[in-house]
Design a protein around this ligand. Structure first.
Ligand code: ZN
Length: 321
């Protein structure tokens, strides 16, 4: 028996002995989409998120990439995905060949960003049909900057920033110091952040499957704290917030950090966290991604909160090389 064959046998026995709960016999099918993002780290963060999801044993993860733009160094070559065939272009432009088979997947994770060119109309239509029909969607950080002019997309993400967003996009949505939801219709651009720093995440709904078992407050690693996000925010629930301290240039409001949105039959998990590779090494980010993606795919979360989860005043990171 070869080593590979032997390992496969051991895994099969493990799956059988665990009743398939930890290592699902039929994994959920996840698709990360990327290629056009103002954040130069995107080729690495895609590989990081793929790894984080696969570590759960729940997901098989594919990646679909547009003709891409390279920002600040060729991380695409440093973090290759052998199954991906794509080409670099000088500036973001609509890629007529970007037609991922969304309907084959349980959940789609967007690692797009600011300045992404519109998808072909056919792809936009297929995406709306997929989510409306019950598909899962996960929005990470600058994915909420994309496609400011696409109404259905703005409904899916609930809140967004930049991309031409303003009072016509919907209200600013945040919590005040009493924990009361504010929908602020005042005029102004959507999307802002102060200087990067570690900040506390405050769980507002500890009964939701995604947040259940998390400490009521946990320290997130250095990141951009998005504030002034605005959008339709329909069928949206805020699971956790962070205080955007004026000390770091923030609004002085409690800004949404973990959100769920319902769009048709679809479930969306949205976190504006995850600016850089060091932000995504935070165990709180990793676990939120893993749990949020499972929830978006199935409506349930079967994963435990790990021992190394951050605490109220203690950060926790897993170095990713
Ligand atoms: Zn950023």
């Amino acid at each position: 028996m070869s080593l590979r064959c032997c390992l496969r046998f051991v895994v099969a026995v493990m799956v059988a002995s665990l009743g398939g709960s930890a290592l699902a016999a039929t994994p959920l099918k996840a698709l990360i989409i990327d290629g056009q993002n103002n954040h130069g780290a995107w080729p690495k963060t895609t590989v990081m998120m793929k790894s984080y999801l696969e570590q759960t044993g729940l997901f098989s993860v594919d990646v679909a990439r547009t003709k891409f733009t390279v920002n600040g160094g060729d991380l695409v070559a440093k973090y290759p995905l052998p199954s991906i065939e794509s080409t670099a272009v000088k500036s973001a432009q609509t890629d007529p060949d970007f037609k991922p088979p969304f309907s084959k997947y349980d959940v789609v994770i967007s690692n797009f960003g600011h300045g992404a060119a519109p998808w072909p109309q056919e792809t936009q239509d297929a995406f709306v049909k997929y989510v409306k029909g019950g598909g899962g969607l996960v929005i990470i950080h600058a994915a909420d900057n994309s496609f400011g002019d696409w109404p259905e997309y703005n409904e899916m993400i609930g809140l967004g920033g930049w991309g031409g967003r303003n009072e016509t996009s919907g209200p600013y949505v945040y919590l005040d110091d009493d924990g009361k939801l504010v929908r602020d219709e005042s005029k102004g651009g959507g999307g802002h952040h102060g200087s990067q720093h570690p900040f506390a995440i405050v769980v507002r709904d500890p009964s939701h499957p995604i947040t259940k078992g998390m400490p009521r407050e946990w320290m997130h690693a250095k990141d951009e704290l998005y504030d002034k996000l605005r959008g339709p925010a329909a069928n949206m629930e805020i699971l956790a917030t962070a205080y955007a301290s004026p000390e770091f240039g923030g609004t002085g409001r409690h800004e949404p950090m973990l959100m769920t949105i319902r769009y048709g039959e679809g479930r969306i998990f949205h976190t504006p966290m995850g600016h850089a590779d060091y932000s995504q090494e935070c165990v709180g980010f990793i676990v939120s991604l893993q749990r949020g993606t499972e929830w978006a795919a199935t409506g349930k979360v079967t994963q435990e909160i790990p021992q190394d989860f951050p605490k109220a005043d203690v950060e926790s990171a897993r170095k990713f090389d």
